[in-house]
Design a protein around this ligand. Structure first.
Ligand code: P6P
Length: 324
């Protein structure tokens, strides 16, 4: 269920900014790390909309080739995390080493631009981040997350994130030129439950060829006239489930179609947000938050959604072909 905190323009005076919301809900160091991520995502949003990007490169208005947008996003995130002064270690899906950031308090794993392979189609892409206490990003689980979130660069730019000690997932909208609060992140929604509703986002469809459970699950959705909503971009495909408050997103694996999604950079951070939003996550036999990160590049199959839909995934697909 989505509870609109304030109907109408996000720039309505009553809506808190991310800065004021953090003051009321988070300790100082964690707030600094989160604010670093929010300012990075604001810069990335601007670059995506202003640079003319095709599949891999971006060109400025003089036609000079710029950094490919995912490398640019990667650099912006590392720079903001360094500047925050509270990040000991950071790791990016683009460069999956554990890099010292010179700060102390938290460590951050991120996918700077998920779905960069569909940026040329102008589909929505996103940034995923997870903030862990301490200085390590291996030997940890999603249970230990202090905060995690997703930025969705769509017609509007939003970040939905969750933080330890505060229930729910919290959506902030980047208000831009048309409002009085230009360039600020304003609280727009709180997501607290994901319930019944026939909406499905079926990833890694090739896996239905030699994963009979996934084939059967896909047939179940078809026979029960579920609404197919899938863009191939994990961030918007998962975000829709929190906004609509219903449905299921899956990315199973099979002997011929191995697990695609990264536990550290994508699956655990999104699992944390979805579960805080009142939904469930699973690798096939339990919450993805219980999976330990052994290597930064570990991959796993995953389902996110309402408890019933995720339970159906565990019963029909399970971990028969799961490598994680
Ligand atoms: P498929 C995008 O490349 C990505 O990593 C995720 O964002 C997305 O959910 C998945 O791959 C799409 O996989 O096999 O459905 O095309």
């Amino acid at each position: 269920r989505m509870q609109a905190d304030m109907p109408g323009l996000a720039s309505a005076p009553g809506q808190p900014t991310i800065e004021s919301w953090l003051l009321d809900n988070s300790e100082k160091k964690l707030s600094k790390a989160v604010l670093g991520l929010f300012s990075a995502c604001k810069e990335i949003a601007y670059k995506i909309r202003t640079a003319s990007c095709d599949k891999m490169a971006c060109f400025n208005e003089f036609g000079d080739e710029q950094l490919a947008i995912d490398i640019l996003a990667n650099n912006v995130l590392f720079q903001n995390l360094k500047d925050s002064g509270v990040v000991a270690t950071a790791s990016s899906e683009e460069t999956p080493t554990e890099d010292p950031m010179g700060g102390e308090g938290y460590s951050v794993a991120f996918d700077p631009l998920d779905g960069s392979s569909i940026i040329d189609t102008n589909f929505a892409v996103g940034t995923i981040f997870g903030v862990w206490p301490g200085s390590r990003l291996t030997g940890i689980t999603g249970r230990e997350l202090a905060a995690s979130g997703i930025a969705v660069y769509g017609p509007r730019t939003t970040i939905t994130f969750a933080i330890d000690g505060v229930e729910g997932a919290h959506e902030f909208l980047l208000v831009d030129d048309f409002t009085a609060r230009h360039g600020q992140w304003i609280k727009t929604n709180t997501f607290t439950s994901i319930g019944e509703g026939k909406l499905y986002a079926p990833g890694n469809l090739r896996a239905t060829n030699d994963n009979p459970g996934y084939d059967a699950l896909h047939k179940y959705w078809l026979q029960n006239k579920y609404q197919l909503r899938y863009t191939g971009g994990m961030v918007p495909d998962v975000n829709q489930i929190m906004v609509k408050g219903k449905g299921v997103f899956v990315n199973p694996e099979s002997p011929s179609a191995k697990a695609k999604l990264r536990l550290l950079y994508e699956v655990a951070p999104i699992g944390y947000v979805i579960e805080k939003a009142g939904g469930a996550s699973s690798y096939g036999a339990g919450s993805v938050l219980d999976l330990k990160v052994y290597k930064t590049e570990d991959r796993t199959q995953v389902a996110y959604g309402s408890k019933d839909e995720v339970k159906r995934f565990e019963e029909m697909v399970g971990t028969k072909f799961a490598t994680a």
